[in-house]
Design a protein around this ligand. Structure first.
Ligand SMILES: [Zn+2]
Length: 326
């Protein structure tokens, strides 16, 4: 791990010049604020039972995501949007402890074909599961991570109206809250070859701008992405900062959400999220506590990021290939 970081950091100190000839994404971001807020409210309502893995609420959330994709005219990669999988425990059992049994869960994957001939893909990910019901209390997980799911659906809406140059995979992971089960299965059984994945954008907790900051984490490992992020930050409706990808423990988010599997596979990633707040992983992570204007700004910012990355995806892929050969 350490060695990989060093190689990646040294290979791309030069960076990719941000595109200046195209209109800014601010002018072209197209998504419905009302629909976006409505989806956030519904996906984190009590009816979804905290989207516990394998629960009825989880099935309802999945159906809602698929219904929205179909409404937008977006299809699956193959026959089905649903990718059922079985996953084992994340950590080995402690001495004398029985190994935990394998569990079943379901990822949802869709694809927006790019307008170019290229088979390169940008992989946009967000986990839709949360921790369910604990001691009779529903953990609605509005920020964690109904917000990332809804941001991904807004990107879907944007690209459905403004086709991307390169393929966009939209991946809604299950079982993030239980050892990144969905992400681990995705990397082991990818719907398209891993070799074609140029970039992962992972969204996890993007609605609670309590301090007004949205963070982009990961460019420490891929400095070539810095100019692209900064280009978006210059005109983004919310304050977008780079960080939390070096240092210790919870100051380094590199392994703390699903983007970790892309990082470990040598695929460039940027993770977007807010800092932990007092309602993180409590029954109070509710829709009512979200500043809706800030959330919509966050969503618009993430659309700008996706648009910017799509414009330069071939260069990002070249960066990945150069790192492999290093
Ligand atoms: Zn999360």
């Amino acid at each position: 791990m350490t060695r990989v970081k060093t190689i990646l950091s040294s290979a791309f100190a030069i960076g990719i010049a941000a595109c200046t000839t195209q209109p800014t994404a601010t002018e072209t971001a197209s998504f419905s604020p009302e629909t976006t807020i409505g989806l956030l409210q519904t996906l984190s309502s009590d009816e979804m039972e905290g989207r516990g893995i394998g629960s009825e609420g989880s099935a309802k959330a999945r159906a809602m995501i698929i219904d929205r994709l179909e409404t937008l005219g977006i299809g699956p990669v193959g026959e089905s949007f649903e990718y059922p999988f079985t996953y084992g425990p994340f950590r080995p059992p402690a001495e004398g402890e029985e190994p935990a049994p394998d569990k079943d869960a379901i990822n949802v994957i869709a694809k927006i074909p790019g307008s170019s001939e290229s088979d390169l893909a940008m992989v946009v990910t967000a986990h839709y599961d949360h921790v369910g019901i604990i001691d009779g209390e529903i953990y609605n997980g509005t920020d964690d991570n109904a917000s990332g799911v809804v941001a991904t659906l807004a990107i879907a809406e944007h690209f459905a109206a403004n086709p991307p140059a390169y393929d966009v995979l939209l991946v809604f992971f299950d079982a993030e809250e239980d050892g990144f089960g969905g992400a681990r299965d995705f990397i082991e059984n990818p719907p398209v070859p891993l070799e074609t994945m140029a970039l992962n954008l992972n969204f996890d907790m993007v609605s609670r701008g309590d301090n007004g900051l949205l963070w982009a984490s990961g460019t420490h490992h891929w400095p070539g992405l810095v100019p692209l992020v900064d280009d978006v930050a210059a005109t983004a409706p919310v304050t977008l900062r780079r960080g939390f990808d070096t240092g210790n423990n919870r100051d380094d988010w590199t392994l703390l959400s699903d983007h970790r599997v892309f990082f470990q596979s040598g695929i460039p990633h940027i993770y977007f999220g807010v800092e932990d707040h007092p309602d993180y992983h409590t029954p109070r992570d509710d829709f009512e506590l979200v500043d809706q204007d800030w959330f919509l700004g966050s969503v618009e910012t993430l659309i700008m990021v996706a648009e910017t990355m799509d414009e330069d995806l071939d260069e990002i892929f070249a960066m990945r290939q150069a790192a492999l050969q290093d």
